[in-house]
Structure formats: structure tokens, C-alpha cells
Design a protein. Structure first.
Length: 254
């Protein structure tokens, strides 16, 4: 009896592990204050024929700890240097990929319908400005915006008086929301966050000398070190094409 054999063709390349991996988006862990600008830049990156990046926003502290615990991030974008240092000291950032291309300013905001300009100088009475309310900002124990706020209030000689009156938010956008809703009469946020919200108005800008310079370190993680797509995205985000978008959203280029 003649036997018949069925010849099996190789599986289509579409289903190979290599092909699936090539289509996997780059995962970006980014500070909450980068939300609007980075979403726009993600769309620009996708329009160039790339897979849309997977974006995760939160306080830099929360993101750094998630990476430490094994979260699959390829790129880390922090709102301060200490949380990038935290990961670098643990060997979780790719060497030679870190730079800090962006800067920001620290501002005092109030609900737009009751905003009145104030002078933020040494000795300014913040309690008088607050009235009976609380001052919204990121939690100074771990959120970068809160750390900058604590430095600025200390420089003003107001920290000890204001600390018990803080509304401590888990990230800067949450602090902004408290002011937008009128749940806090004042908030300390970044200038870029204030620009993003029609519900608040900047009533004062803290002098640069009142706090550490606000910088945003970008770096590949150890997981993303060998990912050429992640490396290309990093170069795009800190390159000349992205600079216009960052500046349009209020960031300064360094």
C-alpha cells in the first residue's frame, strides 16, 4: 500500500517569537508632570511608523520603586535627579544613557476665579495667604514637586508654620486637581502643570534660588538597554524634533 505523507510548511513569520517581540511597544515610565507633552510626542512617534509607546504616569518615586520591584519599563523619565540616582545606585539604569534635557519652574496657583498675584519673597506670610485652607502639593517625603516645595518654603522661612497645613498629594497632578476643584485655596506645582489647567491661575513664581534646579533625567532601564527601539525613542524624545513640543508645553531645554 502506498503511503501518503503530508508536508508541513514552516509556520508563518508573523507568529514567530522574534516577530512578536519586534511588535512589542516600548514601555515608558514617566513623571506625572510630563503627561500632556509626552502623549503628544507619543503620537508623533507613532506617526513616524513606529509602534505607539506604552506610557505609564505617576510620581517619580512610585515609578522608581516599581522598577526596583521588577516592573517591565524600558525607559524612565523622572522629575528630579534623586530618583534617577536611586535606580542608578541599584544598577537598574543602563550606563551611558542618562541625560537631563528638560527644566521647569515652581509656581503658586489658586483657583482661576479667585486668583490674586503675590510676591513670593523671604518672609512672605503663607499662612495669611491660605486663610483657613490647606496648601496642596506633592508629598514632600517622596514626590519631587513636594521636595522642591519644601525647599522653597524653607528658604522663605515658612516651612515649620506651613507643614501642618499641607494637603499632601501622591503626585503633582493630584495636587493640581485639589486646587482646580476648590478643595485647596492654593497649591505649589510646576509651571507646566498650571499651563495645562484652565481651572487655575499662577499667582506667583518661586525664585530659582529658593530651590534646587528642577531637571528631568531620562535614561534607559537595565531591561531596555538592549532594545534598539527603546534607544531610538529616547534619542527622539531628547532630540531637536521633540524640543519644539516640550517648549510648547512650557518646559525649558537645557
Amino acid at each position: 500500500m502506498r503511503r501518503r505523507f503530508l508536508l508541513l510548511s514552516p509556520a508563518p513569520a508573523l507568529f514567530s517569537p522574534q516577530r512578536l517581540g519586534a511588535q512589542e511597544p516600548v514601555t515608558v515610565f514617566a513623571a506625572a508632570s510630563l503627561t500632556d507633552a509626552l502623549r503628544e510626542l507619543g503620537r508623533s512617534w507613532e506617526a513616524r511608523g513606529n509602534s505607539a509607546p506604552r506610557l505609564s504616569f505617576a510620581a517619580s518615586s512610585a515609578l522608581a520603586r516599581q522598577i526596583e520591584q521588577g516592573a517591565p519599563a524600558d525607559l524612565f523619565m523622572s522629575a528630579d535627579e534623586p530618583w534617577a540616582d536611586y535606580l542608578a545606585e541599584r544598577g537598574l539604569l543602563a550606563e551611558g544613557t542618562r541625560s537631563s534635557p528638560l527644566g521647569n519652574a515652581l509656581v503658586l496657583v489658586a483657583p482661576a476665579d479667585r486668583a490674586r498675584a503675590v510676591d513670593l519673597a523671604r518672609g512672605t506670610d503663607m499662612l495669611a495667604l491660605l486663610g483657613g485652607g490647606r496648601l496642596a502639593t506633592g508629598d514632600p517625603s517622596n514626590v519631587p514637586a513636594g521636595r522642591y516645595a519644601r525647599e522653597a518654603l524653607t528658604w522663605m522661612g515658612q516651612w515649620d508654620r506651613i507643614a501642618p497645613r499641607l494637603a499632601r498629594a501622591d503626585n503633582v497632578r493630584s495636587a493640581l486637581l485639589l486646587v482646580e476643584r476648590g478643595e485647596a485655596p492654593l497649591g505649589i506645582v510646576y509651571a507646566t502643570d498650571a499651563m495645562a489647567s484652565p481651572g487655575v491661575r499662577v499667582i506667583g513664581t518661586f525664585p530659582p534660588e529658593s530651590h534646587t534646579a528642577i531637571t528631568y533625567p531620562f535614561a534607559l532601564t537595565r531591561r531596555g538597554a538592549g532594545n534598539n527601539r527603546a534607544r531610538a525613542l529616547l534619542e527622539f524624545l531628547r532630540g531637536p524634533e521633540a524640543a519644539g513640543a516640550w517648549q510648547r508645553f512650557g518646559f525649558s531645554m537645557r
